[in-house]
Design a protein around this ligand. Structure first.
Ligand code: BG6
Ligand code: MG
Length: 221
């Protein structure tokens, strides 16, 4: 059964993952080391402070005080928010809007489950709030992905059991969290990075027919 779709935000609904990377890279360079896109993969889906820890580890920087870390994280966030000012409804990734529309008109509930504290700002800018039943983000959760908390909270607020939920994720940490929540997961992105997902697609443009089929029982994901 499939009753609810739970979406990660950054890198799934909107291409903000690239802005996160740009801001972390800028911080790394300021601290005197290079930070590759490949290294950035492990930061995806992870909370701001945990991402900073991973970044510092990649740069071999240890023993910073909590205060200094707060300063660095806010600096990154200021840059990130600067990049977000360019965001418009046109930045919603291809196929997302029509997929949401299709889900809702099929009676399927929709939610966002994001680690980001900037989620409300982003959702506001891209204007998709009316397509969503529930939003759970970094302002209301304690444990970051790969902990299942954010997904379980979304299911609870939607009023559905975990096993009727499909999660859409672009990050390995998110795929893991959804599996731990007892949900099925569609990876959005490169298959080898999201190997634990039940199915991987490159974009939502690829997805709608698969779901139509599964809904009428022709194929099971
Ligand atoms: C996730 C992103 O959605 O949110 C991570 O994939 C990011 O890259 C995390 O670190 C926290 O976001 P924010 O906006 O609260 O710093
Ligand atoms: Mg993501």
């Amino acid at each position: 059964p499939f009753e609810a779709a739970i979406f990660d935000l950054d890198g799934v609904i909107v291409d903000t993952a690239k802005f996160h990377y740009q801001a972390w890279k800028r911080l790394a360079e300021e601290l005197g080391f290079a930070f590759s896109e490949k290294e950035n993969e492990q930061l995806k889906g992870v909370s701001r402070m945990e991402s900073l820890d991973l970044l510092l580890r990649a740069g071999g920087i240890t023993n910073l005080t909590a205060k200094r870390k707060e300063t660095l994280a806010s600096r990154k966030n200021e840059w990130y928010k600067e990049y977000l000012t360019t965001l418009t409804p046109a930045d919603v990734l291809p196929g997302v809007r029509s997929f949401l529309h299709h889900l809702r008109s099929s009676g399927i509930k929709t939610a966002i489950a994001s680690a980001s504290k900037n989620a409300p700002l982003i959702l506001d800018k891209v204007n998709i709030g009316s397509w969503l039943d529930v939003v759970v983000d970094g302002n209301s959760i304690v444990k970051a992905k790969p902990d299942p908390e954010v997904f379980l909270q979304a299911a609870r607020l939607l009023g559905v059991a975990p096993f009727v939920c499909y999660v859409f994720e672009d990050a390995a940490a998110g795929v893991e969290g959804a599996i731990r929540a007892g949900m099925r997961v569609v990876g959005v992105g490169e298959e080898q990075l999201l190997a634990r997902a039940h199915l991987t697609v490159t974009s939502f443009e690829q997805l709608e027919p698969v779901f139509l089929l599964s809904r009428i029982g022709v194929s099971d994901l």
